[in-house]
Ligand binder design. Structure first.
Ligand SMILES: Cc1cc2nc3c(=O)[nH]c(=O)nc-3n(C[C@H](O)[C@H](O)[C@H](O)COP(=O)(O)O)c2cc1C
Length: 381
């Protein structure tokens, strides 16, 4: 199968699995613990049923959605995913370019290979910056200042990593950055020559864009990766959140809260929006699915700020399910990343295309012409 023959996200996943060394594919694909949170997040969407309404004279379909004073052509965008540039050279640049072309938001991960400035040069209007606060406060403040200088619309603070997750595929594969050139990893690379050739051509491990500036002048990619690792998993408190709020003047979004009281507290402290998320099942295997957390959070927020969601979207109908349960916007991590890992920019565009096409067909089937008309009334209870 090639990209042109990929008819759904699962096909993109298969293409990514074929092209990537196992250690990298598993890092994208896997989840924490038994991977039950990962599975159940997907299943919760798949279990959502809609009641079709016919004779609705469907002639066109409008997928546009307003969010933070912008109108996007799609009600979904790209969630922050780390290390995309390891899977395809310029992986993050492919994602932001795809987002620009389809007019959807892209959240740049703090663990990206591309720099903040490289992404801004493609499109600052479509980019938000996701922050993993560093141990060194001056570094965190500088990252925020760089995102501000890049004119990104929003800062996304990811809060659901108080500890390092137990991801068993990664433990078994001995995944770490810098990647160790063990005999097993070298054989894994040799068995995936298309990826390995690109890897060698770009000079092996690329530098981690956001962190390179702080690891010391002329630091190698390996040193930068080590520096990044040592700076992450910084303990975070509400006081830290207040500090970021005072430093960042534009929209501030929290990603990863699942308790309604936490959502209410975030709003009281000046948060502008929430992404209800379980980190794609990668962090806490016994947490609720994002779809289950969404309605109580919506009630707590009482319309004061957009409530977005990510985690488990593999079909256009999943996006509709999220919107019908009250999400104001939807983000996709793996669905687009599989495409990037399979084929770079055309793969990212294919991911968008598949999801948008499925969403349109589902909307038409239930008799709606506009995403803006979606409500819980379409759900089959
Ligand atoms: C490979 C991978 C890397 C990720 N890296 C980050 C990251 O750097 N920052 C972050 O906030 N979330 C990260 N996430 C979580 C995503 O932003 C998002 O919450 C998750 O992918 C949603 O689930 P889905 O993949 O089922 O769409 C990552 C997810 C994946 C799959």
């Amino acid at each position: 199968m090639n990209l042109g023959k990929a008819v759904n996200i699962e096909d993109l996943r298969r293409l990514a699995r074929r092209r990537l060394p196992r250690i990298l594919f598993d890092w994208i694909d896997g989840g924490a613990g038994d991977e039950s949170a990962l599975r159940q997040s997907i299943e919760a969407f798949a279990a959502t049923r809609f009641v079709p309404r016919y004779l609705a004279n469907i002639t066109s379909c409008d997928l546009s959605r307003q969010l933070f004073n912008r109108t996007y052509d799609l009600p979904f965008g790209v969630a922050p995913v780390g290390y995309a540039g390891l899977f395809w050279p310029g992986g993050e640049l492919a994602m932001v370019e795809a987002a620009r072309r389809v007019n959807a938001p892209f959240i740049l991960s703090n663990s990206a290979v591309a720099t903040i400035e490289e992404i801004a040069a493609v499109s600052s209007e479509h980019t938000w910056f996701q922050l993993y606060p560093a141990r060194d406060r001056a570094v965190t403040e500088d990252l925020i200042a760089r995102a501000e200088a890049a004119s990104f619309d929003a800062l996304v603070l990811t809060v659901d990593l108080p500890v390092q997750a137990k991801r068993e595929r990664d433990i078994r594969n001995q995944f770490s950055l810098p990647i160790r050139y063990s005999a097993r990893n070298v054989l894994d690379g040799v068995a995936h020559p298309a990826w390995a050739l690109q890897w060698l051509r770009q000079g092996g491990l690329p530098k981690m864009g956001a962190w390179a500036a702080y690891a010391g002048k002329g630091a190698s990619a390996e040193k930068i990766a080590e520096y990044m690792r040592n700076q992450q998993y910084t303990p975070q408190s509400w006081a830290d959140f207040e500090r970021y709020r005072s430093l960042w003047k534009r929209k501030l979004v929290i990603k990863g809260l699942q308790h309604p009281d936490d959502a209410a507290r975030a709003l009281a402290l000046g948060c502008d929006g929430l992404i209800v998320s379980n980190h794609g099942g990668r962090q806490f295997d016994r947490g609720p699915t994002p779809l289950a957390s969404l309605p109580p959070i919506k009630r707590a927020v009482e319309g004061r700020a957009p409530v977005m969601i990510d985690g488990g979207v593999r079909r256009g109908a999943d996006i509709l399910a999220a919107l019908a349960h009250g999400a104001d916007f939807v983000f996709c991590g793996r669905a687009i990343l599989y495409g990037v890992a399979a084929a770079g920019l055309p793969g990212a565009l294919r991911g968008f295309d598949i999801l948008a096409d499925e969403l349109k067909r589902t909307l038409g089937q239930i008799g709606l012409k506009r995403v803006a008309d979606v409500s819980e009334d379409i759900l089959s209870r």
